[in-house]
Ligand binder design. Sequence first.
Ligand code: PMT
Length: 427
Amino acid sequence: MAGARIVLGVSGGIAAYKAVLLLRLLREAGHAVRVVPTVSALEFVGRATWEALSGEPVHTSVFEGTLDVEHVSLGRSADLVVVAPATADLLARAAGGRADDLLTATLLTATCPVLMAPAMHTEMWLHPATVANVALLRSRGVHVLDPESGRLTGADSGPGRLPEPDTLAAAALALLAGPVADPRTVLDLAGRTVVVTAGGTREPVDPVRFLGNRSSGRQGIAIARAAAARGAHVRLIVGEISVATPDGVVVERVGTALEMRDAVRRAALGAEVVVMAAAVADFRPVHAPEAKIKKAPGQPPEPIVLVENPDILAELVADPPDPQTLVVGFAAETGDSEGTVLDHGRAKARRKGANLLAVNAVGEGRGFGDVANEVTVLDAAGCVVTSIRGTKDQVAHGLLDVVAARLTARSADASDPVSEPRTTILR
Ligand code: PMT
């Protein structure tokens, strides 16, 4: 949604400085932002800063802006309310339905999505009162981010830190974009770039015929949709598919494995995650004549000579555009006399070296098309991480749970080696 009206509530915590950058990001995204700080928030960042950067008046009390009846009109006209940071006190007042300042009155009149980003000391965040207030707000449909874990105001460290402004902005913009209809959806991929491939490639035999496969694109598309709903910027690269692509993702269409390889390498630049759910042809005809191959009565056809296609996934692992990119492959497998589906999956996991490999049993009525699905997720050593069974949307979310947990653990390690892994950020 371009040109939305956002109310940015700021309550009184040291992390209020991050809300200044959040305001900037929301304004740069083309939205009008009305800042509503609490009185104590102004102890941390002054009115002049908010007014100058938002270009709008800044009031804290219901007795200001009375001509416009602001304590009602701000909430009613907003497309989104974001509260960052949300202190323990603000959460308690919001949960209690208080209207003792302009921000809480606005929260009571808002009918649009509401996003709250708590920030406080660990003890306050873990206190049963705060836990109950957050649960109550979430049960009413408020999107409450989990705070990050890491260095807090003093020398202490733990859960309670406000996520960075770009993560907050991504979560806010995902809510504005609309795919996060369900407040229980976890926005744990907010701000991440995720590349997904889906569908089957087609390798031309001649201008009429091709070598293809049975992939419908459903599983990859479900992953793209789920990643977008969790706040990611999604680039979806599709071959041949038999379902529509989701809104809110950037779609690139390709035909052959070579085209998919080029598209993946370009899209993977700057991506945190690449998920290869496409069924890529392992071989292509060496030569595809420009004219249709004619049937000669009584003559056997010329054999089609095949050449191996590049293995896009293995190349990505061996030479990643960014060494931090988390690479997730799929393995479409059938059991045979040499081993079970899992045996073959394990061997493939070790051979391809992707961070994660979702082993997908395929065959008649399994894996391809409009069917329930079941995958076993392996790590690069072939060890089982988890098994997921359900609709393709459920499998997509289950896989992204694992992806998000890995990204979170990496970020926590990078930002603060002594801290616990960050918790997922929105429920
Ligand atoms: O599309 P649907 O109808 O919903 O079906 C879903 C699915 C069964 C196609 C999907 O869940 C799946 O398993 N996709 C992977 C299919 C496949 O090509 O598997 P593979 O075992 O041949 O390849 C292993 C991995 O290497 C895959 O991530 C594949 O994208 C990748 N690959 C394969 C060959 C190649 N030349 N380059 C590759 O990158």
